[in-house]
Design a protein around this ligand. Structure first.
Ligand code: PLP
Length: 390
């Protein structure tokens, strides 16, 4: 049984463009292509007004002021700007400690690591087997005066939701800056910069059914958080991010944020139902199947699964119609076990039997029934093969 089109189960890697986002962007590609910084003519001013409307839509999603929204090329850039920008502004005269989590996205871990070379002191906190930060470990790390704490809202491999409000309260109690990478959280869980007491928050267009190549960094104004920009240039985005704003992408990001705010949480209810269909089908077919971080609060679209006796790579090869990823991050040609699973105490052999499944806004119940049947059948055939080989 083959589906008539691929079943897309990799929504953590990227999401499809919502057709409403494409429709909102169209005129800014096809009709008004002006530079939004060209204030001297009407087309430029219209493009600028569209950019500012998008900024308001983003601010609305986060409970922020539009002046606190800095547009970037994506969450990678936003995370680099937040972490390096805040540290470089503070310099090494005051607190030098920068705390983050072992399960962060590589762009956060590498940014923190880069700061070590500049005289800062990185502290990488462990997580429990459930993927959650231990608040006592954070409190202990904060006993040393700290410049910045960066903790992601939702993990991109396991879907684990960190207790951001508790973390934010603890960080602010100790007088440090609080940054959160919300690339996987925006539009999936309720997010409010006041509630979680974030000073800096990153998000990405292509993770919220918006365009690729655009994202944003929330930068708190009261009290004002100061950053050193990554690039030199024309001083756009309040001097924090020089470069011509891509008006069509910005408009698309705004529309994606508007939809995420209005429908994101409704999506979550439906997606959770579809995940239940998939998991029920898989559990019936695969005795001993394990859901990683099952005990932790997780977003609706995520399943991180360890399969008994069968390598994830073999499953992927047997399932060409399912667009899936392993839990492993592939760097260059070499496949090393995922640092996220490793941090949760999952060994390399188990990690090699682990798949990450990501459902999304346009996933259908029929697709989940089909996927469960296909994965179940592939696992059965491969595990019989394995057993025969032994
Ligand atoms: C995708 C992702 C990023 C990187 O976002 P880009 O916009 O692709 O640069 C950063 N952090 C997390 C948690 C992500 O899921």
């Amino acid at each position: 049984m083959r589906p008539n089109r691929p079943i897309y189960l990799d929504h953590h890697a990227t999401t499809p463009l919502d057709p409403r986002v494409l429709a909102a962007m169209r005129p800014w590609w096809e009709e008004n292509f002006a530079n939004p910084h060209s204030a001297e003519h009407a087309m430029g001013r219209a493009a600028e007004a569209a950019v500012e409307e998008a900024r308001e839509q983003l601010a609305e999603l986060l409970g922020a002021d539009p002046r606190e929204v800095i547009l970037t090329s994506g969450a990678t850039e936003a995370n680099n700007l937040a972490i390096k920008g805040a540290a470089r502004h503070a310099g090494t005269e005051g607190p030098r400690r920068v705390i983050t989590l072992a399960t962060e996205h590589k762009c956060v871990l590498e940014s923190v690591r880069d700061l070590a070379a500049e005289g800062f002191e990185p502290v990488i906190l462990p997580v429990g087997a459930d993927g959650l930060l231990d608040l006592d470990a954070l409190r202990a790390a904060l006993a040393v005066p700290t410049l910045l704490v960066s903790v992601m809202a939702v993990n991109n491999e396991t879907g684990v939701i960190q207790p951001l409000a508790e973390i934010g309260a603890l960080v602010k109690e100790h007088g440090a800056l609080f940054h959160t990478d919300a690339a996987q959280a925006a539009g999936r869980i309720a997010l409010d910069v006041e509630e979680v007491r974030a000073d800096l928050l990153s998000l990405s267009g292509h993770k919220i059914y918006g365009p690729k190549g655009i994202g944003a960094l929330y930068v708190r104004r009261r009290p004002r958080v100061r950053l050193v920009p990554l690039f030199s240039g024309g001083g756009q985005e309040r001097g924090l991010r020089s470069g011509t704003l891509p008006a069509p992408l910005v408009v698309g990001l705004g529309e994606a944020a508007r939809i995420a705010g209005g429908e994101g949480l409704l999506d979550a209810g439906r997606i959770a139902g579809q995940r239940a269909i998939l998991l029920e089908g898989l559990r019936a077919a695969i005795p001993g199947l394990r859901v990683n971080a099952e005990a932790a609060p997780r977003v609706a679209g995520n399943l991180n699964l360890t399969f008994p006796g069968v390598a994830a790579a073999a499953l992927l090869a047997a399932l060409p119609d399912l667009m899936l990823s392993t839990g492993s991050a592939c760097t260059s040609a070499e496949i090393s076990p995922s640092h996220v699973l490793t941090a949760m105490g999952i060994g390399p052999e188990e990690a090699a039997r682990t798949l990450r499944i990501g459902l999304g806004r346009f996933t259908s119940p029929q697709e989940m029934q089909q996927a469960a049947a296909m994965i179940g059948a592939a696992w059965k055939s491969l595990s019989q093969h394995e057993a025969a080989a032994e």
